[in-house]
Write a protein that binds this ligand. Structure first.
Ligand SMILES: NC(=O)c1ccc[n+]([C@@H]2O[C@H](COP(=O)([O-])OP(=O)(O)OC[C@H]3O[C@@H](n4cnc5c(N)ncnc54)[C@H](OP(=O)(O)O)[C@@H]3O)[C@@H](O)[C@H]2O)c1
Length: 287
């Protein structure tokens, strides 16, 4: 990607699911990447260093450190995790990223967001909206990327798929309601394309989904492609709440009645025509 070459991008959350995919695709596109991490000695940090990222130590709670790290960068990918910090910390960290980007004159900031872009009462969506509004209030050159359900929810043990995706999600939102899926690797590819073409994407808020499948349909695909039943563990709701908090429960209850028929795969496929379907993604999980 011609516009990435010779440029440096800072990726926050670089050792995480989203961040590592973004690091990978930016480097593949010819960019230099500074991957922000609190623990440069960790296994996950070493993995992104092996892709070719420069590891930079920093905490998003530390505004001055962010300003130092952002010096000279052409763009910043901003993502925070409220589940491992808190919703208040997510907003504080996102605002710090915004303040540092403003202070250092970052030419393009891409926010890794979620949801449909309106206030819903879902804590992890509203927190990201608050960060977006703050970024806009500073006049930052912003693109918002909004995935809603990562395909990794189907298999990543960190997401408790047996109890969450194949039990509570269908119970709360309905097994026949479409889920708006996107693979995390495709988010990385899309972010790299967005950074490669700032003129086109600054000012855009893009709702991402490369496949729309209900949980029942995913169960059938799982059986068909992987040759075994999707895992299922009927955990009581109070126990699930103890593990994961209220956010997912509120989100899936909201999705039961929400109308998001307008959300198609068109915007995603226009950026990344080869974006995966649940079927092609499952096929990669074989073995
Ligand atoms: N699950 C879904 O389907 C879905 C869909 C859409 C959006 N989302 C959103 O995705 C976000 C989480 O992204 P993810 O899955 O990529 O998270 P993740 O895998 O937990 O990665 C987050 C990274 O952030 C870094 N980090 C945490 N606290 C930090 C701090 N104070 N300062 C600097 N770095 C810090 C950690 O790296 P170090 O430990 O190396 O510092 C960690 O590797 C959430 O906001 C969630 O709402 C999820």
């Amino acid at each position: 990607m011609d516009n990435l070459k010779g440029k440096t991008f800072v990726v926050t959350g670089a050792t995480g699911r989203q961040g590592s995919a973004i690091v990978h695709h930016l480097i593949q596109g010819g960019a230099q990447v500074k991957g922000l991490t609190r623990s440069p000695q960790s296994k996950k940090a070493k993995r992104i260093a092996a892709f070719g990222a420069e590891l930079v130590t920093g905490d998003m709670n530390d505004l001055n450190r962010l300003k130092t790290v952002f010096q000279g960068a052409s763009g910043v990918y901003s993502v925070q995790n409220p589940y491992t910090s808190s919703f208040a910390a997510e907003v504080r960290q996102g605002k710090n990223v915004a303040d540092a980007a403003r202070a250092t004159g970052i030419a393009h900031i891409v926010q890794g967001s979620a949801g449909f872009g309106e206030k819903t009462g879902i804590p992890s969506w509203d927190s990201k909206l608050e960060i977006k509004e703050y970024m806009q209030s500073l006049g930052l050159p912003l693109t918002v990327l909004r995935p809603t359900a990562f395909m990794e929810l189907i298999s990543d043990p960190g997401f408790y798929p047996m109890a969450s995706t194949f039990h509570h999600m269908p119970k709360l939102m309905g097994a026949d309601k479409k889920v708006t899926w996107l693979a995390i690797d495709d988010l990385g590819a899309i972010a790299a394309k967005v950074f490669n073409d700032p003129q086109k994407y600054i000012g855009q808020d893009i709702k991402l989904a490369s496949d729309l499948q209900t949980v029942n349909e995913v169960r059938e695909l799982y059986q068909e492609v992987l040759g075994r039943k999707a895992p299922h563990f009927p955990m009581p709701e109070f126990m699930f709440r103890l593990f994961t908090g209220d956010d997912l429960i509120i989100m899936w209850k909201y999705l039961r009645t929400a109308n998001y028929d307008w959300l198609t795969t068109d915007a995603t496929l226009a950026i990344l025509p080869e974006a995966q379907t649940v079927r092609t993604w499952l096929a990669k999980q074989k073995g």
